[in-house]
Design a binder for this molecule. Structure first.
Ligand code: SF4
Ligand code: SF4
Length: 365
C-alpha cells in the first residue's frame, strides 16, 4: 500500500519527527535514567552514550523575544535544539558533559530557574484564560503565577513524597489536565447565560444555538417588544442549564461570565501514571472559591494548605490520590480543615468512578 500523505492538521504530529539525532540513534536502547538534582536528568544508553537534560521553568504564553532568547541558548549549547514539555518547561539536552556547567551558568546568569523534575512540583499546565478564550470563568496565567510564586521552592529544591502535578482549566470545557492532576484548579460558572434579545437574531443562528446545548435547555422564543416589533430569539430553561458556556460559543448574544457567579473549584487526587496504582480522576475538594484577581489569595492559600498537609502526611512515593485512598476522605477533610458539603456528593448518573480510566488489565482463565 502506498504511503498516504497527511492532508489535514488534525491530531498530533507523529512522535518522532521532532527527535534530535542523538535521541533517534538511541531509540529503544535507553538503559536507565536518574535525577542528578532538581531540574537535571541523566539518561544512559546501552551503547554507553549519555544524555544530560537541564530543565527550566517558563511560561505557556511567551513573547517572540523570549523564544529568540531560548533559541540562542540552544544554538550555543545544544546544536540548535530544545524541547518544550507539556507543562511549559523548557529542556536543554546535551550529550557532551563538558557543556553542562557552562549551560547552567548561562541559564542562571540570564535569570532562568532550573528545577521541576522528580518528587517536587513542576510547572502548572494551564489553559488560555482571559488573554485568549471567550468562555473563561477565571483567568489562567494570573492564578498560575500567583500559586507558583507561593510554591516556588518545591520547583527548585524542596522535596515531596512523590511528584505533585498541578493544573488549571479556566472553564469546565477543560482544555487543561484538571481531570487527572494531583491538585486541579477549575474555573466554574454558576449562572445561566444572559440573553440579549435585541441583537441575538443579528449575530446568531437560532437552530445551531439550540443544537449547541448538551442538556436541551434552549428553545425558540418569539415575542413582541414594547414597540410592538416581532422579535425572534431563544429562551433558556434555567433548571436544565449546567452553565457550560457551549451556547455562548455558538451565539455571542448569550454571555454567561459573571464577576460574582464565577469562581474556582479545587479538585485533588488525580494522576495519569499507572505506576503502583491505577490512573485516577481528580475529585472535588472545594466547590467554590472567589475569583479574586490580581493575586487570588483564597486559591493560593487553599492550594498551599493541601500541598503542605500532603507533604507532612504521605509516605514516600505516595501520590496525592494514593495518600487520600490510604487515609480516607474523611481524614483528608479533617486534616486539611476543608468543609465537607452536599456539593461533594456525586449524584451524576455517569459518575466518574464507573469510567474505565486505566490501561491495566487482569486476564483470568
Ligand atoms: Fe476556553 Fe474553557 Fe478552554 Fe479555558 S478551559 S481555554 S475557557 S474552553
Ligand atoms: Fe445549555 Fe450550556 Fe448554554 Fe446552559 S450554558 S443553556 S447548559 S449550552
Amino acid at each position: 500500500m502506498s504511503e498516504q500523505k497527511r492532508i489535514t492538521d488534525i491530531g498530533p504530529p507523529k512522535y518522532d519527527i521532532a527527535w534530535t539525532p542523538f535521541i533517534k540513534e538511541n531509540y529503544g536502547k535507553w538503559l536507565y535514567h536518574e535525577e542528578l538534582a532538581p531540574g537535571e536528568l541523566l539518561h544512559v544508553s546501552e551503547t554507553g552514550a549519555k544524555l544530560w537534560t537541564i530543565r527550566i521553568a517558563h511560561t505557556r504564553i511567551m513573547s517572540t523575544l523570549a523564544i529568540r532568547d531560548l533559541a540562542a541558548i540552544a544554538d550555543e549549547f545544544c546544536d540548535g535544539m530544545l524541547r518544550f514539555t507539556t507543562r511549559n518547561n523548557v529542556e536543554f539536552m546535551v550529550s557532551d558533559e563538558s557543556k553542562i556547567q557552562p549551560l547552567k551558568d548561562k541559564l542562571k546568569a540570564d535569570g532562568f530557574v532550573i528545577g521541576g523534575t522528580g518528587p517536587g512540583i513542576t510547572n502548572i499546565v494551564h489553559t488560555q484564560g482571559w488573554i485568549h478564550c471567550h468562555t473563561p470563568a477565571i483567568d489562567a496565567s494570573g492564578i498560575v503565577k500567583a500559586v507558583m510564586d507561593e510554591l516556588f521552592e518545591y520547583f527548585t529544591e524542596k522535596r515531596l513524597p512523590n511528584k505533585l502535578r498541578i493544573s488549571l482549566a479556566c472553564c469546565l470545557n477543560m482544555c487543561g489536565a484538571v481531570h487527572c492532576s494531583d491538585v486541579s484548579i477549575l474555573g466554574v460558572h454558576r449562572k445561566p447565560p444572559l440573553i440579549e434579545h435585541d441583537r441575538l437574531i443579528n449575530v446568531c443562528e437560532i437552530p445551531t444555538t439550540i443544537a449547541s446545548c448538551p442538556t436541551a435547555a434552549i428553545r425558540p422564543y418569539n415575542f413582541e417588544d414594547e414597540a410592538g416589533e416581532k422579535v425572534k430569539s431563544v429562551q433558556v430553561n434555567n433548571e436544565r442549564c449546567m452553565f457550560c458556556g457551549n451556547c455562548y460559543t455558538m451565539c455571542p448574544a448569550m454571555p454567561l461570565a459573571d464577576p460574582e457567579g464565577d469562581g474556582v473549584a479545587l479538585w485533588v487526587g488525580g494522576k495519569i501514571s499507572n505506576a503502583r496504582s491505577m490512573p485516577k480522576f481528580s475529585k472535588l475538594a472545594i466547590p467554590f472559591l472567589p475569583n479574586n484577581p490580581p493575586r487570588w489569595p483564597e486559591v493560593v492559600d487553599e492550594v498551599k494548605n493541601i500541598v503542605e498537609v500532603y507533604a507532612a502526611g504521605a509516605r514516600p512515593y505516595e501520590r496525592m490520590g494514593e495518600w487520600i485512598d490510604r487515609i480516607g476522605w474523611e481524614e483528608f477533610f479533617s486534616l486539611t480543615g476543608i468543609e465537607f458539603t452536599h456539593f461533594h456528593i456525586d449524584d451524576y448518573r455517569f459518575a466518574m468512578t464507573t469510567w474505565r480510566s486505566t490501561t491495566q488489565f487482569k486476564f483470568t482463565e
